[in-house]
Design a protein around this ligand. Structure first.
Ligand code: PLP
Length: 483
C-alpha cells in the first residue's frame, strides 16, 4: 500500500464516481446488453503485468457501465430501492479503510460496541419495545441480508423447540406465512431442514388487501395440530415485496402465541419508514413478536449491505450459532461480559457495518431521514393521482408506502378483452416502457392480475422524475392502442 498512490488513485476514483452520477440519466436505466457480451470485450486471462488505474477505469466506462442496470438512476422504479447517501458512501470507505474483522469483542472492541449502540439507537427511532434493545436485555445485530437474518431466526426457533420435544421430531415442524411473503423465507426454511411439505404459504385475498388473515392462520394451525404436526414459526411482513401489503401483527400474534410459535417480522423495505410517527402504527403488536428485521440498505439511505435484526431473546440465537474453537478463546469472551457477534450470524468474518449506519444516522439526523422518506411518499401520491386521473388505468391495490401498483384496465384495450389478454397487454406495456431506456419498472401478480409496480425510493428521484415516468407510461399506452 503506497500511500501517495492511494491518495492519487482515491481522488481519481471519487471523481469517476461523481462523474458517473452526474451522467447517470444519460444511460438507459435497464441495461440492454446481450448475454455473454462481456466475454467478447475482455481478455481471456488476467494481465501478467500491472495496469494503470486510468486504463482500468477506461474499461469500466467502455465495457462495464453498458452492462449495468442503473439502480441509482432517478428513473429506476423497479424491484425495491437500494438507497444510498454521501454518508453511506463515506461509511463504506471507512469500513474498507479499516478492513477489520470484528468477529468477537476482542477482535475489535469498537466495532462490537458501536454495533450494539447503533442497534439500540435505531430501535429507539422505531419505538421498538425496550425488550428488543440491549438496554432491555434484548439486542440487535447487523447482518448482510434479510435472507440470512430469517435463516438465523428459524434456526434459533427450531433448536429452541427441538430441545423441548426431541430432535427426532424435526420432520413435524411447520412454518407459516402468507403467499405474499418474500421467497427468502422458503429458502431459509429449506436450509434449516424443515420438511418442504410443512411450509404453509397461506392464500391472501382482496378482502384483507392481501394481508395474512388471522382466521386463515388459525385454520391452518388447527389442521396441522389435528394432523399431529407442530407449529414452529410465523413470518409476518410489513410491506410485502410485490405490493407492500401489511400483515396485522397484533391479531396474528394472539393466535401464534397460543401455540408457542416464534413470530418473526420481515419489514425489509417498508420498516424503515416506521421511524416516521405517521407510519409507526404499522408496527402495532411488535411487542408480542420474537424477532424483527429491516434492511437499512433499502430505504434508510445506507449503501448495501445493512440488514438490522433485533431479538427479545438473543440467547436463543447464540445457543444455536455459538462455536468456541481454541484459536478464538480469550478472556473477554470467557468473562461473558461482552457480545461476540460471530455467535449472532452464520459466518465468522464480518464487516464493520455499524460505522456506516452510525455515519448515516449522525450525518442526517432523524428529522432529515424522515423527511427524505416523506418526500418519496409524496411523489408516490402524485404518481397515484396521475394514474387515477386517466380512465384507461387503475390503481389495483391501496398504496401503503411509496409503491403504486397499477395496470391498464381490460376495457381500455377494447370491448370484451378478457383478463388473460389484458395481462399480456400490460406486460407488453411494461416491456416497451423499459425498452425505452427512460424508465425501469417491474411487475407483480395479484391473484390472477398482472400489475406494474412503480416503487419510489431512489435517493436521486424527484417529483419531476415521477411525473415524467408517468408520461412515458401514457405515451407507450398510446402506442400500444394504435398497434
Ligand atoms: N423480504 C422482503 C419483504 C423484501 O422485499 C426483500 C427484498 O426485496 C427481501 C426480504 C430480501 O432481502 P435480502 O435481499 O436482504 O435477503
Amino acid at each position: 500500500l503506497n500511500l501517495e498512490e492511494f491518495r492519487r488513485q482515491g481522488h481519481i476514483m471519487i471523481d469517476f464516481i461523481a462523474d458517473y452520477y452526474q451522467d447517470i440519466e444519460k444511460y438507459p436505466v435497464l441495461s440492454n446488453v446481450e448475454p455473454g457480451y462481456l466475454r467478447k470485450c475482455l481478455p481471456d486471462s488476467a494481465p501478467h503485468c500491472p495496469e494503470q488505474i486510468e486504463t482500468i477505469l477506461q474499461d469500466v466506462q467502455k465495457h462495464i457501465i453498458p452492462g449495468i442496470t442503473h439502480w441509482q438512476s432517478p428513473n429506476h422504479f423497479a424491484y425495491l430501492p437500494a438507497g444510498i447517501s454521501t454518508a453511506g458512501f463515506l461509511g463504506e470507505m471507512l469500513i474498507s479503510g479499516f478492513n477489520i474483522v470484528g468477529f468477537s469483542w476482542v477482535a475489535s472492541p469498537a466495532a462490537t460496541e458501536l454495533e450494539s449502540i447503533v442497534m439500540d439507537w435505531l430501535g429507539q427511532m422505531l419505538k421498538l419495545p425496550s425488550s428488543f434493545l440491549f438496554s432491555g436485555n434484548g439486542g440487535g445485530v447487523i447482518q448482510a441480508t434479510t435472507c440470512e437474518a430469517i435463516l438465523c431466526t428459524i434456526v434459533a426457533a427450531r433448536d429452541q423447540m427441538l430441545s423441548k420435544i426431541g430432535r427426532e421430531k424435526i420432520g413435524k415442524l411447520v412454518v407459516y406465512a402468507s403467499d405474499q411473503t418474500h421467497s427468502s423465507l422458503e429458502k431459509a426454511t429449506k436450509i434449516a431442514g424443515i420438511h418442504p411439505e410443512n411450509f404453509r404459504s397461506i392464500k391472501t385475498t382482496e378482502s384483507t388487501s392481501f394481508a395474512l388473515s388471522p382466521e386463515a392462520l388459525k385454520m391452518a394451525i388447527s389442521k396441522d395440530i389435528e394432523d399431529g404436526l407442530i407449529p414452529l414459526f410465523l413470518c409476518a411482513t410489513i410491506g410485502t415485496t410485490g405490493i407492500n401489503a401489511v400483515d396485522p401483527l397484533g391479531p396474528l400474534c394472539n393466535i401464534a402465541k397460543e401455540h408457542g410459535i416464534w413470530v418473526h417480522v420481515d419489514a425489509a423495505q417498508a420498516g424503515s419508514a416506521c421511524i416516521c410517527p405517521e407510519f409507526r402504527h404499522f408496527l402495532n403488536g411488535i411487542e408480542c413478536v420474537d424477532s424483527f428485521s429491516l434492511n437499512a440498505h433499502k430505504w434508510l439511505f445506507t449503501n448495501l449491505d445493512c440488514c438490522c435484526l433485533w431479538l427479545i431473546n438473543p440467547s436463543a440465537l447464540t445457543k444455536s450459532l455459538t462455536t468456541s474453537p481454541e484459536y478464538l478463546s480469550n478472556k473477554a469472551s470467557e468473562s461473558k461480559k461482552v457480545v461476540d457477534y460471530k455467535d449472532w450470524q452464520i459466518s465468522l468474518s464480518r464487516r464493520f457495518r455499524a460505522i456506516k449506519l452510525w455515519l448515516v444516522l449522525r450525518s442526517y439526523g432523524v428529522a432529515n431521514l424522515r423527511n427524505f422518506q416523506r418526500s418519496h411518499v409524496t411523489m408516490a401520491k402524485s404518481f397515484e393521482a396521475l394514474v387515477r386521473g386517466d380512465k384507461r388505468f387503475e390503481v389495483v391495490v391501496p398504496r401503503n408506502f411509496a409503491m403504486v401498483c397499477f395496470r391498464m384496465v381490460p376495457s381500455a384495450f377494447g370491448a370484451g378483452v378478457e383478463l388473460d389478454s389484458a395481462n399480456k397487454l400490460n406486460q407488453k406495456l411494461m416491456e416497451l416502457v423499459n425498452a425505452s431506456g427512460k424508465v425501469y419498472m417491474t411487475h407483480s401478480m395479484i391473484g390472477e392480475i398482472f400489475v406494474i409496480r412503480c416503487a419510489i425510493g431512489v435517493t436521486l428521484t424527484e417529483e419531476k422524475h415521477a411525473i415524467r415516468a408517468w408520461k412515458v407510461v401514457q405515451e407507450t399506452a398510446n402506442t400500444i392502442l394504435q398497434m
